[in-house]
Write a protein that binds this ligand. Structure first.
Ligand code: ADP
Ligand code: MG
Length: 698
């Protein structure tokens, strides 16, 4: 396969625009994209027409405004290009108006109270900074997809893209102020970039289909451990099996066609766990791409009778999945602002941006933690596999030493013995990608970017990215204000570093984040340790959080409130689904199988005893099985009533707490008996595939 020929063939990218658009239309569109302006209607008409012709040439019959409602997935409503003629035929049409704006019935998307039911209209608006693309389904139908933002009749954001775009503008604006204060007159825009490493599991479809828990809840609610887990450490980076390699090949090809620069792929730590990563790109495009990656993973897996699991913890006892989100800022001139430079000036700039990160993450560790919260991640964070629930920054020893030395007002002496006085000497060489030296940190500086490792595998990267952009914008705002007022920028830089380290240096931790000592130390330092989604969501209504989003025009007070309600609701609904699934499986699968086995045992015992043979083992087995069965039965009733109680709580926060403290606990208790029974019952009587089937039979 000639990748260069395949890459981007399904994207209305710059090259295609150049080819299909009249010169002045191309210029006008380019200007709109680069400067985020409004597209004039006459131009929109020409663009729409060209887009339609291009799409039709590639087999498209329909178009859709593709958007990301607060459900966490994507939404699309397909409309055909056809328009009837007076002669009873049709022509294919697509106007600028249809391209730029859509009006889907929004009543079935979560709005968190933003949209009154009588006003069901929602609007989708083209995000022309993210290129349109073609989606092919298995039946060969091709649809032109237009990435759009989704908002209410009254312009409130009902999606993930709108605040992401707003946050990108905010961080660009504040970065520019800092750059200007440092004397830069040429940069006109700063980009937030993201590279998202996607972890996932694959499972054979025939086993998946027999597991209701995987089908509806995304994770196994029951299942005794397989005889083998990940203890042999033989899967990580191991040889990729043919079936999986074929899948990955198809996946790459599909992603390349969509212009997604999928580059790395490998086996992950847990059995049947894998990872893919594209080359990083502008945040909103990266967010769109990641949605497409998740969608394509699932689509391509099915073609090979596999199912792709994106849940954060599909299996107990082995590692779960995350989505390391690599984040950086770069100028429109291509300079990475998190890259230590080769001139004193560049280094002062670098250190100031690092300070912005230190201050912002320390100040808003709770909000950052919240941006990675979902019910799946609650099974992961804090376990000895994923980052802990405490946010800290890994800076690496060299950089920490530099910062600390400057903070103490001395000349910095680095490991490579270069001296540094801010803005004067050159920066000592910092080892790039020093991340590998500390895989336990939730937020690591990796040489020229930060890697946020808490992000859940199934979630959109928009949420963490919005928060990062927002909190960094706020810190840069403060820095810019100081620099703008300063008589001596160089001296002010040193004092900003000093103040940052004094006030926020506690957030830096280069040690082992999995250790108990760190938990104690973090508590001493006053760092928040937020161990569940519900606790994380509680920080939403806090003034600190609301006013920051408001100040930088990323979310209004009402939009923040709406998100709080939606995410709380989603949490409760997810646990409710898990409870329903558990009850269904226990009542319709496990209990009947166990009852069947007890009756078999009873018969055998009776027969043995009539011939005076020993039935000791059979009696013992029956006793054990019956004990667990009774316990499971009573725990099923308990789960049923806890679920009812939780559903009857009207306050959304209290309801979510009830689901966490009562319902989830009851599910876990029920699991204990069922998993114990799995080890007591003959395999042929066990009604569902086991962990060994799911994890080792690809
Ligand atoms: P690792 O597993 O060691 O973290 P990977 O190569 O799997 O590394 O993933 C690193 C990710 O970080 C890739 O998506 C890569 O494109 C991205 N990345 C690299 N440089 C930057 C940068 N400056 N800004 C944002 N992301 C970056
Ligand atoms: Mg990584």
């Amino acid at each position: 396969m000639d990748v260069t020929k395949v890459f981007g063939t399904n994207v209305f990218n710059d090259e295609v625009m150049r080819k299909w658009l009249p010169k002045d239309t191309y210029k006008a569109l380019r200007q709109t994209i680069d400067n985020e302006l409004h597209l004039p209607p006459e131009v929109a008409d020409v663009v729409a027409n060209a887009m339609k012709d291009w799409a039709i040439e590639k087999g498209a019959t329909h178009y859709t405004h593709w958007f990301q409602p607060l459900t966490g997935s994507t939404a699309e409503k397909h409309d055909s290009f056809i328009s009837p003629t007076a002669q009873g035929g049709v022509v294919m049409e697509f106007s600028g108006k249809q391209l730029v704006k859509g009006e889907p019935d929004a009543s079935s998307f979560p709005s968190g109270g933003l949209r009154a039911t009588f006003e069901a209209r929602g609007y989708t608006a083209w995000d022309c900074t993210s290129p349109a693309f073609l989606k092919e389904d298995a039946a060969g139908d091709v649809t032109l997809c237009i990435p759009t933002a989704f908002c209410s009749y009254t312009s409130e954001a009902l999606d993930k893209k709108t605040p992401l775009l707003r946050s990108m503008a905010a961080v660009s604006q504040q970065s520019l102020r800092v750059l200007r204060a440092l004397g830069n007159k040429t940069v006109s825009k700063v980009n937030a970039n993201i590279g998202a490493e996607q972890e996932y599991f694959l499972v054979d479809k025939k086993f998946f289909e027999q597991r209701l828990d995987l089908i509806v809840a995304g994770r196994t609610i029951f299942g005794a451990p397989a005889p083998k887990g990940q203890e042999m450490e033989d899967h990580y980076f191991g040889q990729i099996k043919d079936r999986v390699a074929d899948f990955m090949k198809d996946l790459d090809k599909e992603l390349w066609k969509l212009g997604i620069a999928a580059t790395t792929k490998h086996n992950e730590v847990a059995p049947s766990q894998f990872e893919m990563a594209p080359i990083f790109t502008t945040a909103n495009i990266a967010a769109d791409h990641n949605q497409l990656v998740m969608e394509t993973l699932q689509k391509i897996a099915l073609r090979r009778d596999l199912v792709c699991l994106l849940h954060e913890k599909p299996y107990a006892g082995v590692n779960g999945s995350g989505k390391h989100t690599n984040w950086s800022l770069s100028t429109d001139e291509g300079a990475n602002l998190l890259e230590p430079g080769s001139t004193p000036h560049a280094n002062a700039q670098f250190l100031l941006f690092i300070c912005a990160l230190i201050a912002s993450v320390d100040r808003h560790a709770d909000i950052l933690r919240r941006s990675a919260a979902n019910s799946g991640n609650d099974h992961r964070l804090g376990g000895n596999e994923a980052p802990p629930a405490i946010i800290s920054i890994f800076m690496g020893e060299e950089l920490t030493e530099i910062l600390e030395t400057i903070a103490k007002g001395k000349k910095a002496k680095s490991k490579v013995s270069t001296t540094l006085k801010v803005g004067i000497d050159t920066m000592p060489h910092l080892p790039k990608d020093n991340a590998d030296r500390n895989r336990t940190s939730p937020f690591a500086f990796t040489g020229n970017k930060f890697e946020f490792r808490m992000v859940p595998s199934s979630a959109s990267i928009s949420r963490p990215c919005i928060v990062l952009n927002a909190i960094v914008a706020e810190a840069l705002d403060e820095i810019a204000t100081r620099l703008e007022k300063a008589k001596n920028v160089n001296k002010e830089t040193a004092s900003i570093i000093k103040d940052t380290m004094r006030e926020h240096g506690r957030i830096i931790f280069n040690g082992n984040n999995y250790s108990d000592e760190w938990e104690k130390e973090a508590e001493k330092r006053g760092l928040p340790n937020i161990d569940s989604t519900v606790e994380a969501l509680k920080t939403f209504p806090e003034k600190k959080s609301v006013s920051m989003f408001q100040k930088y025009k990323i979310l209004t007070k009402e939009e923040v409130r709406a998100r709080y309600e939606i995410y709380l609701g989603q949490y409760s609904k997810q646990i409710n689904i898990e409870a329903n699934t558990a009850l269904d499986m226990v009542r319709s699968l496990y209990i009947p199988a166990i009852v069947h086995y007890t009756s078999e045992l009873a018969e055998v015992i009776q027969r043995l005893e009539t011939i005076n043979a020993s039935a000791e083992v059979q009696r013992d087995l029956l006793l054990k099985v019956s004990t667990h069965l009774e316990s499971a039965y009573s725990n099923t009733r308990k789960l049923g009533s806890e679920r009812e109680n939780a559903l009857n709580v009207s306050d959304s926060l209290k309801r979510a707490e009830a689901f966490r403290d009562k319902v989830l606990v009851a599910i876990t208790e029920l699991r204990v008996d069922i998993d114990a029974l799995e080890n007591l019952i003959p395999r042929k009587l066990w009604p569902v595939p086991t962990y060994a089937d799911l994890l080792f039979k690809l």
